[in-house]
Ligand binder design. Structure first.
Ligand SMILES: Nc1ncnc2c1ncn2[C@@H]1O[C@H](COP(=O)(O)OP(=O)(O)OP(=O)(O)O)[C@@H](O)[C@H]1O
Ligand SMILES: [Mg+2]
Length: 249
């Protein structure tokens, strides 16, 4: 099967005061259709840089991003959620939500209609007219995720979407994300610092090394879906965790 996204021999350095800082060292990653793949690795190793290169916000020094088998002229939009939620504080929630549709040139009233049914699904109904500062941290993250799901793309790049959420709410958001993901059938690259989160959510996990990032380990997570939160106490889950922890040492 052809991967949805294939990252081949990706290299990238930044330069500060003429000194080279090598960030990505021959990174190879694959994402298949409908797959949920997590990327974990130490802070500052280069994870977000990979996403910004995939989205063409930065150029690689060498290597290829192949989407649906094509290398050149990828006129492809990705549903990208950056590390910060990036909701506009001066826009009501519903107006933040329709942003991707507005950018596509959709009529405002049609856009409201399209997002209307989703507020409930994303646990945000009743807050359509609220401004971001009136929302809890968890609600802001769900809103940012809802907006990302509205981008008309089958490939999602989520950069630590739950990084700033407390443990209890984070657990709830993970369960919720798997539920919406199974309904929307998207291919997801997911960056996280949490090993538990990566195992619970993913079909496969890549572990990156310290900077310059290289792929240290790739493991397949063979746990049945839909996943019950209780699996985090199973022996299989613990075995995956031990394996990932030792790769991160
Ligand atoms: N535009 C830039 N110019 C110069 N250096 C940069 C730039 N972007 C990132 N870097 C450097 O590249 C390295 C990797 O950054 P990146 O944001 O990709 O790390 P990360 O793995 O996402 O970290 P974190 O887990 O903390 O989010 C860091 O040392 C960072 O300082
Ligand atoms: Mg990052």
């Amino acid at each position: 099967m052809l991967p949805k996204v294939e990252i081949v021999n990706l290299n990238k350095s930044f330069y500060k005061d003429g000194v080279e800082i090598k960030v990505l060292d021959n990174i190879n990653l694959k994402l298949y259709d409908g797959e949920f793949v997590s990327i974990i690795g130490p802070s500052g190793c280069g994870k977000s840089t990979i996403f910004s290169i995939i989205c063409n916000l930065q150029n690689q020094d060498s290597g290829d991003i192949i989407v649906d088998g094509k290398k050149d002229n990828i006129n492809k939009r990705f549903a990208y959620m950056p590390q910060k939620d990036l909701l506009f504080p001066w826009r009501k929630l519903k107006d933040n939500m329709i942003l991707p549709l507005e950018i596509q040139g959709e009529d405002k009233n049609n856009s409201y209609k399209k997002v209307d049914s989703l507020f409930d699904q994303f646990g945000l109904s009743g807050f359509e007219n609220a401004y971001p500062n009136e929302l809890s941290g968890g609600m802001k993250q769900r809103a940012a995720l809802l907006r990302t799901f509205l981008i008309d793309s089958d490939i999602m790049l989520l950069d630590e979407p739950f990084g700033a959420i407390d443990a209890i709410n984070r657990d709830k958001l993970q369960v919720w994300l798997l539920d919406v993901w199974s309904k929307f059938k998207r291919s997801v690259f997911f960056i996280t610092h949490s090993i538990d989160e990566a195992i619970y959510l993913s079909d496969r996990i890549y572990v990156l090394s310290d900077r310059p990032a290289s792929v240290k380990l790739e493991i397949k997570i063979d746990l049945e879906r839909p996943r019950d939160k209780k699996i985090i106490t199973s022996q299989k889950f613990m075995d995956y965790k031990a394996c990932l922890l030792s790769a991160l040492e």
